[in-house]
Design a binder for this molecule. Structure first.
Ligand code: PLP
Length: 388
């Protein structure tokens, strides 16, 4: 049996593990040692040192994460943004351009629009709904294309197969932020993407207690990103590695539950008279539903919606619900709720938010692993009281 023959739930537990365990330990201990004794390394990057991201805690995660997406290689980083910025800067140099979907996580959008220019790199946005228009955006300096599997917070599902075809036709490195989908629902390497990114702060760790990131994909590109990471210094701390490995063990169980619960909640909200609009790829009304149904093993635990009463109704709803915690971020075991205009996308200009469809009243919901009946009862009772 090769690692790729195993199902994801088994890989989560066994892939990449050191067996037999260190001194017989069933769980991988934390190697809380900044450096390791010199063992004859011939290259700087082989010297064992936490910043070089190569302690046993890192190595196990790198092998496990690559196995989860059926990719050649992976690395962990200090945050999702460390993973994204480091990898993008390892692919692009001064004079290059990147093409991107416009509806992106706010931090990534900020990096592309406000920070890349200082490195001599330019970003052009694609009309993601119109693949026929993409070729005209390619210039000789264009080197990469960047999308999100399910975009934050509008839950757009780009034509991912068209993105890969487009990248291959124009010799671009294809990059995708797979945070919202998770490897349980979508594995970018299987569809030809070169690099996939995760904020492991979210589902992969799943317990809202660390910040971390991952780069997964082609060995040459992950290798280049690792060399850049060694220099920029965004490596993952061994204690965070330990928590991430533990969180990963239950990823399959958590995400399956979250897929099911989010679908039920999305259907409930979509059918409620107080709700104006629900964005969830599992709903037949979602423009990318057919594509998501074909490409994904589940529609994910994230949805966003708007109340009929706009921002005031959104505020009243968020104040009145009992179970969801009002906090940014997502992907934890607890249901979290936020208004992106005030948190994740606050750094974006109001005009940019408006163009993408992020109204002030838009509520983003990260469905946790609580019993869905309790969540539905909570929402129903609040919506009834607001409707009165
Ligand atoms: N990508 C997505 C889709 C996100 O939602 C986030 C954070 O919210 C990030 C990347 C950045 O991750 P981190 O906060 O771990 O740096």
């Amino acid at each position: 049996m090769t690692p790729n023959d195993l199902t994801l739930a088994t890989k989560l537990v066994h892939a990449g593990e050191i067996r037999p365990g260190v001194l017989g330990a069933v769980s991988l201990p934390i190697f809380q040692s900044a450096m390791f004794e010199y063992a004859g390394a011939e290259h700087y990057h082989d010297i064992k040192y936490i910043r070089l991201n190569n302690t046993p805690n890192h190595a196990v995660l790198h092998a496990k994460l690559a196995a989860l997406e059926n990719a050649e290689a992976a690395l962990v980083a200090a945050s999702g943004m460390a993973a994204i910025t480091t990898a993008v800067l390892s692919v692009l140099s001064a004079g290059d351009r990147i093409l991107a979907q416009e509806s992106l996580y706010g931090g990534t959008h900020d990096f592309f629009t406000k920070h890349l220019a200082a490195f001599g790199i330019a970003c052009d946005f694609l009309d993601i709904d119109d693949p026929a228009s993409w070729a005209a955006r390619v210039r000789p300096e264009t080197k990469a294309v960047y999308v999100e599997t399910i975009s934050n917070p509008m839950m757009q599902v780009p034509d991912l197969e068209a993105v890969v075809r487009f990248a291959k036709a124009h010799g671009l490195v294809s990059m995708i932020d797979n945070t919202f989908a998770t490897p349980v629902n979508f594995r970018p390497s299987e569809h030809g993407f070169d690099l996939s990114f995760h904020s492991v702060t979210k589902y992969l760790n799943g317990h809202s207690d660390i910040v971390g990131g991952a780069v997964i994909g082609r060995a040459d590109l992950v290798g280049a990103a690792l060399l850049k990471l060694d220099t920029l210094g965004g490596s993952m701390d061994p204690h965070a590695c330990f928590l991430l490995r533990r969180g990963l063990m239950t990823l399959d169980l958590r995400v399956r539950r979250q897929n099911e619960s989010a679908l039920r909640i999305a259907r409930f909200l979509a059918g409620h008279p107080a709700v104006a609009r629900v964005n969830y790829p599992g709903l037949e009304s979602h423009p990318g539903h057919a594509r998501a149904a074909r490409l994904f093993d589940g529609f994910g635990g994230m949805l966003s919606f708007e109340m009929k009463g706009g921002v005031e109704a959104a505020e009243r709803f968020m104040k009145a619900v009992r179970l969801p915690i009002i906090a940014p971020s997502l992907g934890g075991v607890e249901t979290l709720m936020t208004r992106p205009a005030t948190t994740s996308h606050l750094g974006m200009s109001p005009e940019d938010r408006k163009r993408i469809g992020i109204t002030d009243g838009l509520i983003r919901l990260s469905v946790g692993i609580e019993a869905v009946e309790d969540l539905l009862a909570d929402f129903a009772q609040v919506l009834e009281s607001l409707n009165r």
